[in-house]
Write a protein that binds this ligand. Structure first.
Ligand SMILES: Cc1cc2nc3c(=O)[nH]c(=O)nc-3n(C[C@H](O)[C@H](O)[C@H](O)COP(=O)(O)OP(=O)(O)OC[C@H]3O[C@@H](n4cnc5c(N)ncnc54)[C@H](O)[C@@H]3O)c2cc1C
Length: 484
């Protein structure tokens, strides 16, 4: 009863989510003279998956950390504009230790070479898939056919470093066609942010350009968790868990694909089948950055330390944050990343249990006399209902049409956020560019009557998975190029 008494706030545009996508969308509206919008954010802050935490006397990034590729990347331009400190990661500065702590880095050389050869082959195949419209396959299939069939812990860990560590998902479920989408865009290195203002400082600065801290029009409303979305061809009404309602002539959702997949938001009427199909088709990768603070440093000086301890890499990629360019000397922080299925177990168990598992690995690498950590930080993105995971991963067989459908509006409800960007999904710049694109699509509909339609996408239907025989036929020239 009390809820129905509340009046509905009327805005031209209602944006859900104040991550980089939502903020970039709002800024684009503002720059185009539209200020009658509101951003509803479920948490008590802006930035979404760009987030810092205090740990061990410094601030660490528990979400996005790298500007991924410096060529033609708008986030790199912003990082430079705002003097975001950090350094380009050196992926060659790596040491590999086996289960008994021996340095086996040299032994890995031959394996890296073989993996490199398979990757060249994989790149050629990818080109052919794109140019000749051949069926997509998983990275695993392509790697195997390229001669890479890892059998030892050493081989497994270097593969893990190249794939799981990037895509937050296994090569078995990762698309060949859609990975390495734009290799030229990812040139120039990957910039690891250590700025104590945070990677999210970029989002703060972008929002400063159109929002003052006490915005008189309340265009940013925090702690507003959207629960229902009533969409029609003329408007969209959002209800939050505290009973507030907001009606917009247009609505823009920028929540993660994990949120959309987990039924925490009711759409009324139900989203059409073609939309739901796309939502379920996309995958949310899992990536958990675990920070440990020690009283002293006992590990290698390299930037990366790989643990070749088992056939199924676990606690396998370590980052040495005691390097001179990271944090002040003596901070003594190590970062280990858990990926894919391991994340669920880790997020559900106690931090103490995780610490014990980690210490077993560290003792294998550095002996029993190493010190115990003073503290541990285990971020929980998967079990957080505002995210349900880390970032989207391209599944196999996804086509440009699938991306169009994922981003296509239903009625006046638009969809943005990193997962909807066809070129840079998964990344901060994908989120940023998707926010700009969707705001422009809304502006075009509002002002010129040129409205994005889902009609094409619907008519094309979902791309059919190729049959095995079509797949094999298509692969023959790639597998046996000399004879064809
Ligand atoms: C651990 C981790 C590591 C990463 N590493 C990198 C990296 O190194 N480089 C890189 O480029 N990218 C990285 N990413 C991915 C990058 O962070 C994201 O692609 C990007 O930040 C997504 O921005 P977004 O605006 O699309 O979504 P989000 O940041 O998720 O923003 C969506 C917002 O919606 C809010 N929300 C959700 N549900 C509701 C609701 N019901 N009601 C109201 N509000 C809601 C959320 O609180 C959130 O603030 C990483 C992500 C994680 C988690």
């Amino acid at each position: 009863k009390q809820l129905s008494k509340r009046s509905t706030e009327e805005r031209k545009i209602v944006i859900v989510g104040a991550g980089i996508a939502g903020i970039a969308a709002a800024k684009t509206l503002h720059e185009n003279g539209v200020d009658d919008f509101v951003i509803l954010e479920g948490s008590d802050r802006i930035g979404g998956r760009m987030r810092q935490a205090e740990f061990g006397g410094v601030k660490v990034e528990i979400g996005a950390n790298w500007v991924q590729g410096l060529h033609d990347n708008p986030i790199w331009d912003l990082a430079q504009k705002y003097n975001i400190s950090g350094k380009i990661s050196d992926y060659d500065d790596v040491v590999i230790r086996n289960k008994t702590g021996n340095d086996v880095t040299d032994q890995a050389e031959e394996a890296w070479e073989r993996l490199g050869t398979a990757q060249e082959y994989l790149g050629e195949w990818r080109e052919r898939i794109r140019e000749e419209k051949l069926p997509d396959v998983s990275l695993r299939v392509a790697l195997k056919l390229g001669g890479w069939r890892p059998k030892t812990p050493l081989e497994k860990v270097i593969e893990y470093f190249d794939y799981e560590f990037e895509y937050a998902d296994a090569p078995e479920v990762t698309s060949l066609n859609n990975t390495g989408m734009n290799e030229e865009d990812f040139t120039g290195g990957e910039y690891f942010v250590t700025d104590q203002r945070g990677f999210g400082h970029i989002v703060d600065r972008l929002s400063d350009e159109f929002l003052s801290p006490n915005d008189a029009r309340r265009r940013l409303q925090l702690n507003k968790v959207v629960r229902t979305v009533n969409w029609t061809d003329t408007d969209v009404t959002f209800t939050t868990t505290d009973g507030s309602t907001y009606r917009g002539e247009y609505g823009l959702m920028t929540v993660s694909i994990g949120v959309l997949e987990n039924d925490v938001i009711d759409f009324i009427p139900d989203l059409p089948a073609w939309k739901v199909e796309e939502i379920y088709q996309f995958r949310m990768g899992q990536y958990c950055k675990i920070f440990l603070k020690f009283p002293n440093k006992f590990w290698d000086d390299n930037e990366y330390i790989l643990y070749a301890g088992s056939l199924r890499p676990q606690y396998a990629v370590w980052q040495n944050l005691e390097l001179p360019w990271t944090f002040p000397n003596g901070t003594n922080i190590l970062l280990v990343t858990a990926i894919a299925d391991d994340v669920q177990r880790i997020e559900l168990q106690s931090d103490e249990a995780t610490k014990q598992e980690i210490m077993t690995v560290l003792r294998n690498m550095y002996g029993n006399n190493i010190s115990e950590p003073e503290s541990i930080l285990v971020p929980r993105w998967l079990t957080n209902p505002l995210f349900f995971g880390a970032y989207s991963n391209w599944p196999i067989h996804v086509t440009a049409q699938d991306f169009e459908k994922l981003a296509a509006p239903v009625g006046r409800l638009y969809f943005g956020g990193e997962a909807t960007h066809p070129r840079y999904n998964g990344y901060v710049h994908g989120g940023y560019l998707s926010g700009i694109d969707q705001a422009n699509a809304i502006l075009s509909c509002m002002r010129k009557g040129i409205c994005k339609s889902n009609q094409t996408a619907v008519n094309q239907g979902t791309s059919a998975a190729p049959t095995l025989s079509s797949l094999l036929l298509a692969m023959i020239p790639v597998i046996f190029p000399v004879y064809v």
